[in-house]
Unconditional design. Structure first.
Lengths: 117, 111
């Protein structure tokens, strides 16, 4: 069984400040991990994914995430927030091998990122 | 352009009136899936399909039906909708082992 916990349903940062969105996972087998972003009135887009290669993963729009096995974490960061980053962010986990396909992805409850001008 | 298309985008209906939400993808993906998104609960999988005529339950299948008669289409059927099925619904597709591509969503209100 696998699960994802996202700490903080809402995170507010100032424009230009560091963005840190937290994600911890639970998985009985080596996981694949994903971050998705959902802009208002849109579907989900993949930001980045970890599939057991490099532990530091770079994604689109300047986001990156680091896989830390000892902490079972996969936190999402961006050095400098932009107003356009305001969105809902979802962490997700799948079993290695399923690749995050439509059969085996488990989502966290989401974190709403608010950017203050 | 590669895409997952859901229709309708918005739907208001009444309790007990059967409805179908369509989903179509043009990427020749084997896997397709339906999710519902509710505030504070994230996305929960309703049903998924691994190929034509192969479907399986996700985490919250009660009250829903699906069919996969063609590879590109995966409709979601609510035979007798109830107010607790008011939600935002997403269809997604992928290759086996590949990332998922999501539709734009269908916002359903059941009165």
């Amino acid at each position: 069984a696998q699960s994802v916990t996202q700490l903080g349903s809402h995170v507010s940062v100032s424009e230009g400040a560091l963005v840190l969105l937290r994600c911890n996972y639970s998985s009985s087998v080596p996981p694949y991990l994903f971050w998705y972003v959902q802009y208002p009135n849109q579907g989900l887009q993949l930001l980045l994914k970890y599939t057991s290669a490099a532990t530091l993963v770079k994604g689109i729009n300047g986001f990156e995430a680091e896989f830390k096995k000892s902490e079972t974490s996969f936190h999402l960061t961006k050095p400098s927030a932009h107003m356009s980053d305001a969105a809902e962010y979802f962490c997700a986990v799948s079993e290695a091998g399923s690749g995050g396909g439509a059969d085996g992805l488990t989502f966290g409850k989401g974190t709403h990122l608010i950017i203050q001008p | 352009e590669a895409q997952v298309t859901q229709n309708p985008r918005y739907l208001i209906t009444v309790t007990g009136k059967k409805l179908t939400v369509t989903c179509s993808q043009n990427m020749n993906h084997e896997y397709m899936s339906w999710y519902r998104q509710d505030p504070g609960l994230g996305l929960r999988q309703i049903y998924y399909s691994m190929n034509v005529e192969v479907t399986d339950k996700g985490d919250v299948p009660e009250g829903y039906k699906v069919s996969r008669k063609e590879k590109r289409n995966f409709p979601l059927i609510l035979e007798s909708p109830s107010p607790n099925q008011t939600s935002l619904y997403f269809c997604a597709s992928s290759f086996k082992g590949g990332i998922q591509y999501f539709g734009a969503g269908t916002r359903l209100s059941v009165l």
